[in-house]
Structures are given as C-alpha cells and as structure tokens.
Design a protein around this ligand. Structure first.
Ligand SMILES: C[S@@+](CC[C@H](N)C(=O)[O-])C[C@H]1O[C@@H](n2cnc3c(N)ncnc32)[C@H](O)[C@@H]1O
Length: 361
C-alpha cells in the first residue's frame, strides 16, 4: 500500500492557491444592473463598500461610479485582494491591495476622476503628466497597508464606515463573509451559491430573518474568467466576443435590504384534502413531502417539506420557516426529525434536500 505523503506547508499553500484561483470570476454589468435597479432608493445618501473588488476590473465598482450621482451616494469605497497590477487580473501575485474612494462634494456631485472604462479598455492614453504612463496615484488609487483580506483590521475599519456592502465575495469564504457583515450590522447585497441557503450558518440567519434572497435568483448567470481558468464541463463554458465566461451553477442574491418580493404572497391553488396521496408523509420526519413549491397545499396545517428553491418565494408573513432536513441530531429540523437516515425518505427513497415550512395561521 502506498503511504499518503505528509501535508507539507508547500502542499497546503498550493491547495490554498488553487482554491483562491477558483474564486476568480467576475460579475457581468448586466446582472448587477438587473438586480440593483430594485433598490435604487435605498442607496440615497449612503456609503457603499465593495470589498472584494479590483476597481480596474469589477463591474460593481463601475456600476456605482457611473451611478454615483443618480443614486445620490455619499461615498464609494472599493478594495481588492492582494493584486495591484492591472495585467495580473487579480492573480494575487502582489501582497498589497489597492484602495479607491469616490466622494460627493458639498452639493452631492461626484468629485471627478478620469474615465475608468477607458482605462480598462486601453482607450485612455497618457497620464496627467503626459508621459503616456498612467500612474495609479493620478487616478486616485491608493494602497492598503496589507493584502485587502476582508477580515483584516484595516478592511474592517472601512467596513465600519460603510452603510451598504455590495459585491460578489469569494464563495469559498461565504460563511465567514456573511457572519462578519451581520456582526457589524451592515446592510448588504451579495451574490452566493444557491446551496448556501442550506449551510447551517446561513440557514440560521435566514430563519432569524437576518438574511433573505434578492430579486433575481437561480437561473444561469455567466461570469467572466481569465484564459487560465479551468472549466471541465462544456455546458458551463462559453466564449463571446473573445471573452471567456463560466457559469458557476445556480447563483442567488443574498441580502438584508428590503425587497418587494419578500412581501408578496405566493399564489397557491392546490388542496391537501382530497389529494392526500400526492403528499406522502416522510418515513423519518414528521412532515409531508411537497416536491414543487407551486404545489404547496393551501389547507395543510402541519409541517411541509419543500425544495430549497422555495426561498425565492419566501414571504415570512405567509410562512413560518421550521427547519431544514439533513438534521443529524443537532436540531436543524426544528424538532421534527424522528431519527434514522438524515435524508428525507418516502417509502425508503431519499429526496433532495428539503426545507420545512408551515402556513402562518
Ligand atoms: C467571485 S470573485 C468576484 C470578484 C468581483 N467581486 C466581481 O464580482 O467581479 C471573488 C473575489 O474575491 C477576492 N477575494 C478572495 N479572497 C478574498 C479575501 N480574503 N478578502 C477579500 N477579497 C477576496 C478574489 O480575489 C476575487 O476577485
């Protein structure tokens, strides 16, 4: 038998670097605009912080810099992780992160800077000193002392100044990222994997009404990636206008900002009475199986198991969130697990992960 090689520091570093590279995909302006238009009024007079965003690449930064005056922002702060060289495209080679700040003057007008889009597309020629080299200091970019990790004290100091954080954070650090925002009492609108709703740390926040979903969830969202980005599944890859895109699966917006959707009642038309066989009871949870959100019966008063996509329709005034499946004795199910398999079973057959809900009376 082959011995497993010991975990060396070099191996650990290599794995971390590999994980970090997987997080390097960039949100399209289209997806940002489609979501952000629902919250415009909530940004008036606010300080926005994009804390996982290279201002030369991030469309979050572009969106807020272009919409600075129409939204009535007070300040926009952007920091990125490690990289400072535009050619490196956030590949983490440089240890010091960059920081950029846009401010409104006394009349609410943006204190002007050169056109960033031109800088990125290469149309911008020449710095202010006409040496044809655009220096960072000329466009108001400064450096942080450290690497821009959102958990570092200097980034936390910036976070404290912010009212709203908007970004697509590293998915590999999603739990910590959300916990930090909540700990500091910040409003936020961020992207994350659909399955994050079932991470026990995130689910707890949803249950406590501290996090919910935004307006445009699920579906395929495409993210720009660099050529080196390895995409194994063909259906998750596309090239458009010479740019490479990756579909990271089903992606949701997570927020604690008010949305119209959250107050809308889900329209239901099915009944349990007379259709009991369509809603079998689980072998091991005290609830009935409802395999599609649209089929939630209007007249069932007990606990119902629904797919995780239910969260997209969740109005806490209409439904009580009881728990989720895959309880392992730690009480995630809200006390309805009866032991045995942690999967929801119907006649011995395991169902996909379920959430447990109840109608509010
Ligand atoms: C999914 S990408 C999204 C980038 C950008 N926010 C966007 O939407 O286009 C996540 C970004 O988080 C950055 N990142 C990774 N670890 C980080 C950390 N500890 N602190 C801050 N940013 C981090 C990565 O460099 C990466 O660019």
């Amino acid at each position: 038998m082959k011995a497993t090689p010991p975990k060396t520091t070099a191996n650990v570093n290599l794995n971390q670097a590999r994980e970090a590279r997987k997080d390097e995909f960039y949100t399209r302006l289209h997806d940002i605009e489609t979501e952000l238009r629902h919250y415009e009024k909530q940004f008036k007079g606010k300080v926005v912080y994009c804390n996982c965003d290279d201002p030369r690449i991030s469309n979050f930064f572009h969106y807020f810099s272009y919409k600075f005056e129409p939204l009535g922002l007070k300040k926009l702060m952007t920091t990125c992780y490690k990289n400072q060289n535009p050619d490196m495209f956030s590949q983490h080679q440089a240890e010091k992160a960059i920081y950029i700040e846009y401010k409104a003057d006394a009349n609410g007008k943006l204190i002007p800077y050169p056109d960033y889009m031109k800088l990125i597309t290469g149309e911008y020629k020449g710095g202010k000193d006409e040496n044809n080299v655009l220096e960072l200091k000329e466009i108001g970019i400064g450096h942080l002392e450290g690497d821009g990790d959102f958990r570092k004290p200097e980034c936390i100091e910036l976070l404290k100044q912010a009212d709203i954080v908007v970004t697509n954070p590293p998915f590999s650090l999603f739990r910590e990222y959300v916990a930090q925002l909540i700990e500091h009492g910040k409003k936020f609108l961020i992207l994350g994997d659909q399955n994050a709703v079932t991470y026990k740390e995130i689910f707890r926040f949803i249950k406590e009404n501290k996090v919910w979903l935004g307006m445009n969830n699920g579906g395929t969202k495409w993210f720009e990636v660099k050529d080196y980005y390895d995409i194994k599944t063909e259906s998750r890859k596309k090239i458009e206008n010479g740019k490479k895109y990756f579909s990271a699966g089903k992606i949701n917006w997570f927020t604690n900002m008010d949305t119209a959707k959250r107050h809308e009642n889900l329209l239901l038309y099915k009944t349990y009475k007379g259709n009991e066989t369509d809603y079998p009871k689980y072998d091991n949870y005290d609830a009935i199986e409802v395999s599609k959100t649209k089929d939630i019966p209007t007249d069932y008063r007990g606990v119902m198991g629904v797919p995780v996509t239910f969260f997209d329709k969740y109005n806490p005034e209409q439904f009580e969130l009881v728990g989720m499946a895959e309880d392992n004795g730690r009480g995630y199910s809200g006390g309805i697990w009866q032991g045995g398999s942690i999967k929801c079973l119907v006649n011995g057959e395991a169902k996909f992960k379920r959430l447990f809900i109840k109608h509010r009376m």
